[in-house]
Design a protein around this ligand. Structure first.
Ligand code: SAH
Length: 230
């Protein structure tokens, strides 16, 4: 098969993904749909998984971590109500896929990853693919990234028992925050909207994310145990 054929097949698979998994489940924001149509998800998964990249499922990306299911990426992105002007903070860079989607819908994306190998790989790929408004940092994202705060939107793509307080401190007035919150194996997507000093919380849907490991998340031992069992 020529690389031209490959390209076309992935493009077709991506179009099917958007129609059958994302539009069909009610995602309607045209900007979100356009971004999901554009980002080449197959380049963000390990080479041997490329043919599975457009399936309706999360996939392993190494180091015991996963790239989220396409629908969940689209849903969380839509919940942030981006217009193109925002500074967005993402916690949990992983493959860099969610950051790439966000980068098409916001002015700047700041993303924090705890594991240096994943952070470096994502940073390099995002740069190669031309997503130059994404800034990657290695560190404990439960502390946020105070240097560029406040953020009009904050998304956490790993699960914690409670909302890490530093993240709400770094949310701009009028800003939107979204994260999977709850116990180990299943959580609820929680959206918080800031109005001055008030934080309005909404509970959306059930999800299952890998753990957020850090000062305001789970501790390292929990993570090891989870990997051992999972
Ligand atoms: N958004 C990613 C998927 C993230 S998987 C994507 O599009 O591919 C969750 C990621 O969160 C993992 O890479 C994990 O290492 C990272 N993570 C866990 N705890 C973290 C923390 N305290 N700070 C930053 N990243 C963290």
């Amino acid at each position: 098969m020529t690389s031209q054929d490959d390209l076309t097949e992935y493009d077709q698979a991506r179009e099917q993904m958007v129609r059958n998994q994302i539009e069909a489940r009610g995602i309607a924001d045209p900007l979100v749909l356009a971004a999901m149509r554009q980002v080449p998800r197959h380049l963000f998964v390990p080479v041997e998984m490329r043919d599975s990249a457009y399936r309706d499922a999360p996939l392993p990306i190494g180091e015991g971590q996963t790239i989220s299911q396409p629908y969940i990426v689209a849903l969380m992105t839509e919940m942030l109500e981006l217009t193109g002007e925002e500074r967005v903070l993402e916690i949990g860079t992983g493959s860099g896929y969610q950051a790439a989607v966000l980068s098409l819908l916001a002015r700047e994306v700041y993303t924090v990853e705890r594991l240096p190998t994943l952070a470096r790989r994502a940073e390099e790929l995002l740069y190669q693919l031309g997503y130059h408004n994404v800034h990657v940092r290695v560190g404990d994202g439960t502390l946020g990234w105070s240097e560029y705060a406040p953020y009009e939107a904050i998304i956490v793509t790993a699960a914690s028992p409670d909302i890490p307080p530093p993240l709400l401190d770094q949310l701009a007035d009028g800003g939107r925050f979204i994260a999977p919150i709850g116990p180990r194996w299943t959580q609820t997507l929680v959206r918080v909207r800031r109005k001055g000093d008030k934080f309005h919380r909404e509970h959306l849907t059930s999800v299952a994310f890998v753990p957020l490991v850090g000062e305001h998340g789970w501790n390292e031992g929990d993570s090891f145990l989870r990997r051992l069992l999972g």
